[in-house]
Design a protein around this ligand. Sequence first.
Ligand code: F0G
Length: 462
Amino acid sequence: MIPPFKIKSVEPIRLLPKSERIKRIKRAGYNIFKLRASSIFIDLLTDSGTGAMSQEQWSAMMKGDESYAGSESFFRFEKAVKEVLGFPFVVPCHQGRGAERVFDRVMIKAGQAVPGNTHFDTTKAHIEYRKGKAVDCTISEAFDPETDHPFKGNVDLKKLEFSLKNDDVAYVLLTCTCNSIGGQPVSMANIKAVSRLARKYKKPLFMDGARFAENAFFIKKREKGYEKKSVKTIVKEMTSHFDGMLMSAKKDAIVNIGGFIAVRDKGLYEKLSQMAILFEGFPTYGGLSGRDMEAIAQGLYEGIDEDYLEYRTSQVKYLAEKLELFGIPVLKPVGGHAVYVNGKEFFDHIPQWQFPSQTLAVELYVEGGIRAVEIGTLLAGRDPETGENIYPELDLLRLTIPRRVYTKEHLDYVAECLKKVWERRESVKGLKLIHEPKVLRHFQARFERAEDVNFEKKLRKK
Ligand code: F0G
């Protein structure tokens, strides 16, 4: 599909010589988070805050009202949230996790549970920080990379009802699309059923809506009865089943920073805005500048534009199909914001304790200066009780596509580089952890190239 925009402002990128890339990744302890941006040619680390803003967003920013209280930009932002999402009350926050912190402080008491589909890592961390428990009720199909289910983000209603019956539930959370299992959408039928169940047990239902627009677009494309409905209508129908929504605006509102909590209930809004004053800022700015709120307000409308969504999802699909053509194993079906390569299968000779997907991240950088991110054993960390590595079912490399940033030529290059690694895969050795922080180890961990597998196995047995 032809991009529904043309390029007005450009940012140069440069490919360093291979010898330099080898040096830099070694210096970074084979951790892509430790590379400077200038060392990278194509950055597929995340789609968060990395989108290209439009001329309308940039010009809206010039109208930013930076008043501490009662900013006019806040009212334009509030109007956009109301029009696009249908929630009457909104608390701006500096980003998604800022919203999570404020929200969970109000909503969770120690020992309570938050069931839903797979929670994003910061979401889970915030629930646990409040001494709560995130209960994963995602359908089992989601954990099989080969199953072609159209809505792998769906909740298994039996698992959810079990949690509602047996746990002290604070609230139910549906992440749309579900990032941690591959950017997979939740169907409208599932949203409705989850909402019915939550109401039966008198529990509120919230959406982690960072990628709500992509979710709505998949409903239009994949769910019977929605083909002719506009994304705008589908979004409103989705949100009508929720009591509110947490939003990292860095995704589907296509801004570089920002987030919010939007709710239906005035009483809850008042509690949240009190807490926001403590952690984020006065309720008409909440950690954002007036300029930021203007950009989000405009971005919310652009995020649900159907030409844009068609282009965005087709771009992700294009890359996945190209990789599949080369025989490279990718997670099926293609999600909304990223292509996930099955690292465990790619390097089937590298055991999970030598981090196959992290190894692939390193090889892809060496091959073409491309940065992608491991969503696997490194990210999963260790079991807090046994201290053993957690070996997740899905060990993946996420090629995350920023919004409106890279062209088809960039994606062709990414695919060609992965193909070259694929062709020499058997000669690639895994990685050995040499430094590991206790919390969120993936950001700071350091590695060495591993010895051969048998040697490592012997060491491990000792
Ligand atoms: N919820 C979901 C579903 C997310 O994907 C993210 C962030 C957050 C919440 C937290 O929002 O970053 O604004 O604080 N995901 C990014 C990613 C970081 O790379 O997937 P934040």
